[in-house]
Ligand binder design. Structure first.
Ligand code: VGL
Ligand code: ZN
Length: 227
């Protein structure tokens, strides 16, 4: 028989920060601010644990186009190779961005529309200047792992079984965070109305990829969203 212990859900609010939101964010995601009300509604529900993540970069972060020499230094366009700092043979190709979410700047703040008083734990990520870190769990490097945030242990300590991911951006940090949550063994969902993409054209492709990793897209209506 299913018991209450079989369902201990966490809400993971990814990077709902000024720099990812119009009108002034340096890496504004279209409609990013519009998801705050629905996330506040989710925050009023009895989740076992409510977590917010913050992209939190030093000014010399490797993902900023401004920190690379020309000609391969165009925000949104250029792609560079990043190596695992502890194992140069493990490499990742990664896109460059405008400077964003710099530690201590207003752009790194959670947006004021968010009901932050209901958030119990904040994860800051992307502090290691040498690696990109879309996932709130760790950088993409696995051999050896880099920049473990401790989030998986925090969720397990609370007995969390299911993880509901919302926030920004659907095709980057929400995507990678949800995939890692599933890899960590949590039943993982992305709430469709509570996220927005940097590249809306990538939406369907990301959905298929999420499904391939066992992550389900759900709607606040309660039905599973068809893909
Ligand atoms: C993100 C690009 C760069 C995100 C973070 O939060 O999705 N995207 N850094
Ligand atoms: Zn970033």
């Amino acid at each position: 028989m299913a018991s209450k212990d079989d369902f201990k859900p966490a809400l993971l609010i990814v990077d709902l920060q000024e720099d990812f939101c119009p009108p002034n964010g340096s890496l504004a995601v279209a409609g990013g601010r519009d998801i705050a009300p629905i996330i506040n509604t989710l925050l009023s529900l009895p989740f076992t644990l409510k977590v917010a993540t913050k992209d939190f970069h030093p000014p010399d972060h490797i993902s900023f186009a401004s920190n690379h020499p020309p000609p391969n230094n165009k925000p949104f366009e250029s792609v560079v190779t990043i190596a695992n700092p502890y194992n140069a043979s493990e490499i990742e190709r990664t896109r460059l961005w405008p400077d964003h979410c710099v530690q201590g700047t207003p752009g790194a703040e959670l947006i004021s529309e968010l009901d932050v008083a209901k958030i119990q734990h904040v994860v800051e990520k992307g502090q290691d200047t040498r690696v990109e870190m879309y996932s709130a769990f760790a950088a993409p490097f696995r051999d050896p792992p880099v920049a473990n945030s401790g989030l998986a242990d925090r969720l397990r300590e609370s007995g969390v079984t299911h993880v509901f991911v919302v926030g920004l951006a659907m095709d980057y940090c929400v995507n990678f965070t949800a995939v890692d949550a599933a890899k960590e063994g949590f039943k993982t969902y992305v709430v469709e109305e509570a996220t927005r993409a940097v590249d809306p054209g990538a939406w369907d492709e990301v959905k298929v990829s999420l499904a391939g990793h066992g992550v389900k897209m759900v709607s606040v209506e309660g039905r599973e969203v068809e893909r």
